[in-house]
Write a protein that binds this ligand. Sequence first.
Ligand SMILES: C[S@@+](CC[C@H](N)C(=O)[O-])C[C@H]1O[C@@H](n2cnc3c(N)ncnc32)[C@H](O)[C@@H]1O
Length: 241
Amino acid sequence: MTKDTIFQKTDCPDEFTFNRQVVEVFDDMLERSIPGYHQTTGMISDLLRHFCRPGERVYDLGCSTGTTLLELARQLSEMNLVFFGLDSSAAMIEKAQLKARMLSRKQNVNFLELDILAAELDECGAVLLNYTLQFLRPPLRPRFLKKVYAALRPGGILIVCEKVISHRPVINRAYINLYLDFKRRQGYSETEIAKKREALENILVPFSIHENLDLIKESGFTETESFFQWFNFVSFLSIKK
Ligand SMILES: C[S@@+](CC[C@H](N)C(=O)[O-])C[C@H]1O[C@@H](n2cnc3c(N)ncnc32)[C@H](O)[C@@H]1O
């Protein structure tokens, strides 16, 4: 895994994009930037085993290099689920396809270069939105989630993992500081942390827990609970009735 040193460089990008340079170091970036990343994958695997029917379709929207889907395909091989990973970054999809070939998972794991806002979704048992919703422009989120709701069969599940904010300033500040400590422990320098934060300004737009819950509810889901939280990182499970 190539180490993420993008924001150590003097010519680092002013604005964050999921380009080739990011893809090269992305798996390391995820591990060092998302608390509980592997733990939540394990929990998602348990949820899919519980709620999905053998052989049905599972989408990962904004799948990046396919890390989550490939791990789920490994853990859930006995269920014969058909996985579709969609991402609009050509470089991400190329890397995901390469990893699928290397792991011999091409039969039931498909990676497609598509804009998830425009893509048509077929009927499915589960949709994963792991740290992707936060990158969609807020006005586009309600219509997009309604499309996801429509694609799920009754009893199917939506998983949303997001970085969140709190509108309670003292708690918000505390969570931000605890997250900065986490990044320092992962070996990121003060400069790298500050530069990446600037580059993500207005690109990653986090909602609060309540704003996310309202958004999910307005899309049609009446049953939602969180199943994981690490300060400002939360995972939600919703069921289509
Ligand atoms: C933080 S990454 C997601 C991480 C990934 N889900 C995981 O858990 O490993 C966000 C991804 O969303 C993708 N993305 C953002 N907007 C998109 C869109 N409109 N259509 C498709 N993919 C999009 C980006 O290219 C990027 O790969």
